[in-house]
Design a protein. Structure first.
Length: 499
């Protein structure tokens, strides 16, 4: 084609598409010929409104996880690479709603208007983008806040056998964030529909839904969604953290997440390793847990705290998944079947529960009263073991046993009844003064239930001072001692008159 000098040269827009064809369909995993330019974690379009996410490669094939109805797929059909990361919609409109791993509402509510989209798989922020973990996150569980404190941005593992109360401890932490400004995300992985319904009812009755997002992939959801849902929950939390909000995410539970990834790996023909789990299960869950933290002002100044639940088998802490998760976290809360059988609620095994960083953020008023509790409990357990081998105990051992039993009575707590900081301080102060141990066993539960209301009624300034300053000065301590003595005197008088 000839053209005169100076005339414009016609330009043509060239559109390059990455295409392939479906070679094999194995349940929810599709093998694709072609797509030479796709990357792991990117989306592919199968047509008919069905998309997928690239999960891996072989020498000649691309392996993709189907996000949708596999019944619409056919062998030999064309596949188009989108070259975009897998994203979910995020925004404040999701508060109070239950959604799937893909961000779609599943609570029969109205459609949700998203404020933006966040990639589901993304690297964790580097250490230079993080801030120290020095802010306390109250869970409302007395034994946790006193002995195993949690800081904002911490990763704490909740371990235990089935039906020992792991979910109760985590849900109580969500309930306790009411009026604190903390955004909560409850991530259900592989649990039954009835279990999720109970959690939703508890959050609704406790007034927690307005600040909570529920992401659900129940046991009847596709295994691909069970694998994706914790990463989607982390992305949802990062949206709020980037806006300066503190976020608490509960993963319930990561043992079932490992099961889901094991099923995917078998479909992907990856060789099994220990306990038939794929060799990269540690890397996959580490990618998730490393996204927690407290971030500096350049990253929004927010924080993400993870409470990860994992199931043990007959109390075995050396299982592959529990031991892996324990190495990723900053501490663990162990719920014991034997403690549960003794009637202690929550059934937390105090000697085996630790928090590596939470003690730095614990308020001084709690730290002061809780400093010796772990050692006192250890002495109590040792004396109890020795007392079973002898017919009697000495006066010192009797005092140790009385103090240990008083401690257990103070830490006793019902389901979904979180305890505030001021009430915890009052109870721990009475425990430290030996007031609880001097009471008869039948009077300790009554004391625990009544004393805080009594203090509020007789001298509310004590409670106001603790809540405002998170400290006890000498004058307030003396006033609190006076109220406690007055309560004991009144109870003693009532008992004497009854006799």
């Amino acid at each position: 084609m000839s053209s005169s000098r100076g005339s414009p040269i016609p330009l043509f827009k060239i559109k390059v598409e990455d295409k392939g064809t479906i070679k094999d369909i194995r349940e929810i995993i599709v093998r694709i010929d072609g797509l030479p330019g796709c990357l792991n974690g990117e989306l592919v379009d199968f047509g008919e409104g069905v998309k997928g996410i690239v999960m891996g490669f072989t020498e000649r094939e691309v392996l993709a996880l189907v996000l949708g109805d596999t019944g619409r797929l056919r062998m030999g059909r064309g596949v188009k690479g989108i070259s975009e990361p897998f994203e979910i919609p995020v925004g404040s409109g999701f508060l109070g709603r239950m959604v799937t791993a893909l961000g779609e509402p599943c609570d029969q509510g109205d459609p949700i208007k998203a404020e933006g989209h966040m990639p589901v798989f993304k690297p964790s922020l580097p250490i230079t983008a993080r801030a120290p973990l020095d802010e306390f996150l109250p869970t409302g569980t007395k034994v946790v806040d006193a002995i195993v404190p949690i800081a904002k941005g911490q990763r704490e593992l909740i371990l235990g056998d089935r039906i020992t109360g792991k979910t109760v401890v985590a849900v109580d932490a969500i309930l306790n964030q009411k009026d604190t400004g903390v955004i909560c995300i409850y991530c259900c992985i592989g649990k039954s529909v009835s279990s999720v319904s109970k959690v939703m009812a508890t959050l609704h009755n406790g007034g927690a839904l307005p600040y909570t997002v529920v992401l659900s992939a129940t046991d009847n959801s596709p295994v691909g969604e069970q694998y994706l849902v914790p990463f989607a929950a982390a992305s949802m939390g990062e949206h709020f953290a980037s806006k300066g909000r503190d976020v608490l995410i509960v993963f319930d539970d990561l043992t079932k997440h490992a099961w889901a990834y094991r099923q995917l790996s078998l479909l992907l023909d990856r060789p099994p390793g220990r306990e038939a789990y794929p060799g990269d299960i540690f890397y996959v869950q580490t990618q998730l847990m490393e996204r927690a933290g407290r971030f500096n002002d350049a990253q929004g100044g927010g924080s993400m705290t993870f409470l990860a639940i994992a199931e043990t088998l007959q109390g075995d802490l050396t299982g592959y998944i529990p031991s892996n998760l324990a190495s990723m976290c900053d501490g663990q809360i162990l719920l014991s079947s034997s403690v549960f059988a003794e009637g202690t609620r929550p059934a937390i095994d105090i000697p085996l529960s630790i928090s590596i960083v939470g003690g730095r953020a614990q308020p001084e008023v709690l730290k002061k009263h809780a400093m010796q509790l772990r050692a006192e409990y250890a002495r109590y357990v040792e004396v109890m073991r020795l007392s079973r081998l002898s017919t009697g105990v000495g006066p010192e051992a009797a005092r140790t046993m009385a103090q240990g039993e008083a401690m257990l009575a103070v830490f006793q707590q019902g389901q979904h009844c979180p305890t505030g900081l001021a009430e915890q301080v009052v109870l721990l102060h009475a425990l430290e003064r030996g007031i609880v141990s001097e009471l008869p066993p039948e009077g300790r539960d009554e004391f625990r239930k009544e004393i805080f209301g009594y203090v509020c009624e007789r001298n509310s300034a004590i409670v106001s001072h603790i809540e405002e300053h998170q400290a006890l000065d000498k004058e307030v301590e003396q006033a609190l001692d006076g109220v406690l003595r007055q309560y004991i005197e009144e109870k003693t008088t009532i008992v004497s008159e009854g006799d």
